[in-house]
Design a binder for this molecule. Structure first.
Ligand code: NDP
Ligand code: 8X3
Length: 254
């Protein structure tokens, strides 16, 4: 196991769910955290709760390529040598049939889940290659492995993340930079509230009787992947709750 003490970890989508859980876990291991999201006030609250950690906040919309370039290129020199990039920012919008889908929902998912991940990767990874150290963790999903009814565009974005993780691993061959895709099933976060545009009751019903994964469960896996010996690359982790067998096969306890 390698130490994360003073390693610089950039987490996108740190204002909620899996990203916030990663921030807590990596802070506990002594990492220096760059926390990025659009909701700065949520990041500030999180930073207040992590008093012992060194933290740099970025109010950032990952869909905005020039904002991503500017944020990365203007990092203070003590924060610029990023060791671990966690490409976590992402979202789903509704479960519409493809032929009835909403263009804005599609663009939001494609721009965030695919293009945002690409922008961060493009602006951060060259520094890792130059320094001869680094690790990129992408949040994929079981949705990238199996398409489910109404999942269409969201599933396509996560299939793209799977392809991009594989492609990045191939293109970094010959460098020490590592690439991991963490691909969960049902994790109870704000994800379903965002999918259903704020319908909290509908979001709750998604996880009813399932005993779903928690954001901490995913942070735990990411922590494991990033603390292996430097010659070990965990390429892909698929995990789901015990009560889930596939994207569409879920056992609900009464
Ligand atoms: P949450 O909704 O709880 O968190 C999503 C995070 O992404 C928020 O911090 C949000 O911050 C950020 N985000 C969204 N859009 C942008 C943007 N344009 N720019 C910057 N940040 C953005 O969901 P999860 O924690 O569950 O999701 C995290 C990742 O895990 C996603 O990629 C998701 O697809 C993936 N995932 C989730 C699963 C689940 O069941 N929950 C299962 C499999 C994968 P803000 O709004 O402040 O910008
Ligand atoms: C999130 C899991 O099954 O809602 O990626 O697509 S699922």
């Amino acid at each position: 196991m390698i130490s994360l003490e003073n390693q610089i970890v950039l987490i996108t989508g740190a204002s909620s769910g899996i990203g916030a859980a990663c921030a807590k876990m990596f802070a506990g291991a002594g990492a220096k955290l760059i926390l990025a999201a659009r909701r700065l006030e949520r990041l500030e609250e999180l930073a207040k709760s992590l008093t012992s950690a060194q933290i740099h906040l970025l109010e950032l919309d990952v869909r905005d390529r020039s904002a991503v370039e500017s944020a990365i290129s203007h990092l203070p020199s003590s924060w610029s040598d990023i060791d671990i990039l966690i490409n976590n920012a992402g979202l789903s919008r509704r479960l519409d049939k493809l032929h009835e889908g909403d263009f804005q929902d599609w663009e939001e998912m494609i721009d965030t889940n695919i293009k945002g991940l690409l922008y961060l990767t493009r602006y951060v990874v060259p520094g890792m290659v130059n320094r001869g150290r680094g690790h990129v963790v992408n949040l994929g999903s079981i949705a990238g492995h199996q398409t489910y009814p109404g999942g269409n565009v969201y599933c396509a974005t996560k299939a793209a993340v799977k392809a991009l993780s594989e492609g990045l691993k191939q293109d970094l061959l010959g460098t020490p930079v590592r690439v991991t895709s963490v691909d969960p099933g049902m994790v109870e976060t704000e994800f379903s509230q965002v999918r259903f545009h704020g319908d909290v009751d509908r979001a709750k019903r998604v996880y009813q009787g399932v005993n779903p994964l928690t954001a901490d469960d995913i942070a735990d896996v990411i922590f494991f992947c990033t603390t292996r010996s430097p010659h070990v690359n965990i390429n892909e982790v698929i995990l789901m709750p015990v009560n889930q067998a596939s994207a569409t096969l879920v056992h609900r306890q009464p």
